[in-house]
Design a protein around this ligand. Sequence first.
Ligand code: IMP
Ligand code: MG
Length: 179
Amino acid sequence: MNLNEVEILYDQDLIKDKVRELGKRISADYQGKDLLVLGILKGAFVFMADLVREIDIPLELDFMDVSSYGDSTVSSGDVRIVKDLDYSIRDKDVLIVEDIIDTGLTLKYIVDILQQRGTSSIKICALLDKISRRKAEIYPEYIGFTIPDEFIVGYGLDYRENYRHYPAVCILKPSVYKK
Ligand code: IMP
Ligand code: MG
């Protein structure tokens, strides 16, 4: 990690404890249900990989890729599906796994689409929540950390496709993107 560019917000130990706690709650809550864990690419891939290994009930997993137009640090809410699910989710209990909720516009769009597909239930698990920036009515069931309005990279999150492989959740220093 280049510490001239980022500042560590949550280190690997802290993330591990939090992900374990979420996995325990999900395992208890979805006992006897038909759980399908749905990761939103690409940001959720690291969190999702760690989270499903902390869930000890049967589950299936799938991915969806949506893209907001542009690559700036502000969400436009202008979303399109880049990759849809591989299988039907009819009668499944869908748990959407997302890296971060900012305005909530992306998730609102996804939930609205999935709701038309005859699922049993749809809930949201996000590692990070920038709750002060919410514009859409999205109420996640599981949240790792509620964070201030900073631009985050690492643990799957990117700035212009960089930093996704950093193992910690980091704040990107404004000097990097305000050039
Ligand atoms: P929303 O539609 O405003 O909730 O934005 C959600 C998406 O924007 C997330 O899935 C991320 O891909 C991206 N995003 C929002 N905030 C950040 C951030 O601080 N760092 C990296 N990506 C972010
Ligand atoms: Mg992204």
